[in-house]
Design a protein around this ligand. Sequence first.
Ligand code: UD1
Length: 452
Amino acid sequence: MQARECCADRTDGFPQKTAAVSSILLCGEMGLKMEILKIEGGRRLEGAVGIHGAKNSALPLLAATLLARGTSEITNCPQLSDVAASVNILRHLGCRVTGSGGTVAVDSLPLCRSDVPDGLMREMRSSIIFLGALIARTGEAHMSFPGGCELGARPIDLHLAALRQLGAEIREERGRLECRAAGRLKGTAIALDFPSVGATENILLAASTAEGETTILNAAREPEIVDLCAYLTRCGAKIHGAGEGAITVEGVERLNASPFRVMPDRIEAVTYLAAGAATGGRLTLRGADPRHIATVLPAFEEAGCTVRCAGDELSLSAPQRLRRVRSVRTMPYPGFPTDAQAPLMAMTCVADGTSVFVENIFENRYKHAGELIRMGANIKVEGRVAVVEGVRALSGAPVECTDLRGGAALVIAGLAAEGSTSLRSLHHLDRGYEGLEDALQSVGASLHRIKE
Ligand code: UD1
């Protein structure tokens, strides 16, 4: 169906802002204000925190709602600026978006355009995930290149090559992507050079309503991929092998909207565990899924923490002084997640001994190390390797979030440090942590946001 057909259907004016949507949208705007997070360190964290829905699952799910005719109610959706950016794109495309609390309801029937303006593309790199969904739904997509990123080059060559294999004609000109497909996309065999999460998601979205069968070899196996496949399957897609290296998608003619609950955020869980460990605390996480962080938990145990899992509860009890974590190598799932590298590094800064990190996913993911050094950490970075010599104590300092997970590392360091830390560039944190200050205050941390 061409998008233009349905514009005339819209009778309600443009989507109303309900309380929840406006709070999600507000989140996005908040990041632009100059705010500082003041942290008084040296307090042991003790108590329980709840884990929100996963950002990295919510974003592709919101893009996927474009494919499902009718209203999809996505629950357990975190209220984050990246989610607000996705909502803005959906609304720009003509979808009706409403919601309350952590629920976002997307009615994709009124969709009436297939372009994403440059401003919206730049708000969030993962906006590229709309590419596969838009081509599949409207037969075209016009958007700017997502461009550079704080973690390095982050190309999208695998996304584009795969969509071309599925029959899309894609022109790259002057920073823009002009994409068209004559009729339905055509299923085919796609072998990825690297199990890219975003490329696998784009292929799944494009292949679900393509003609014939698509196989993805060397597909990403992350839990967020499994979540996306579960939603698409509920909407009527035929997908086999989600969570494995080979996924088969039998294209269907149409998908119908379905409610879906977003999985728990495994990186938020690791971040709180690292904060608990770095402060010698005792924390319980509620609503987590310990299976998703099975390869991270041994690092906490190696550091001397006791970790217990019971259903969706995970508790950690830390010793007074942590031990070093011999080696952390980031890998595609089920390996150690690159997003957990920075929070773990902050924890090892105050551990007894030498910890070694090897970053295998992104080329430039140690920017937080420079800021940790300002707080007294002893870290040497050489290419993909970072060597952390633990110190007895960090000292509070003015520091800046370098990116989302780097920002989380600085919060952890600030909580563990002696004295006061002022953290700037909080918009990075607002992309990925809902209610961070409230959660940490509730377990005994002293931190608050002030206007600069
Ligand atoms: C997703 C996550 C991000 C996480 C990352 C790796 C979301 C919204 N973001 O990002 O938090 O850190 O997975 O687990 O889910 N690459 C190419 N060409 C491509 C695509 C990727 O060379 O076309 C490279 C990237 O530069 C990077 C590596 O592959 O070095 C991994 O990237 P990818 O798995 O695609 O990560 P994202 O989907 O961008």
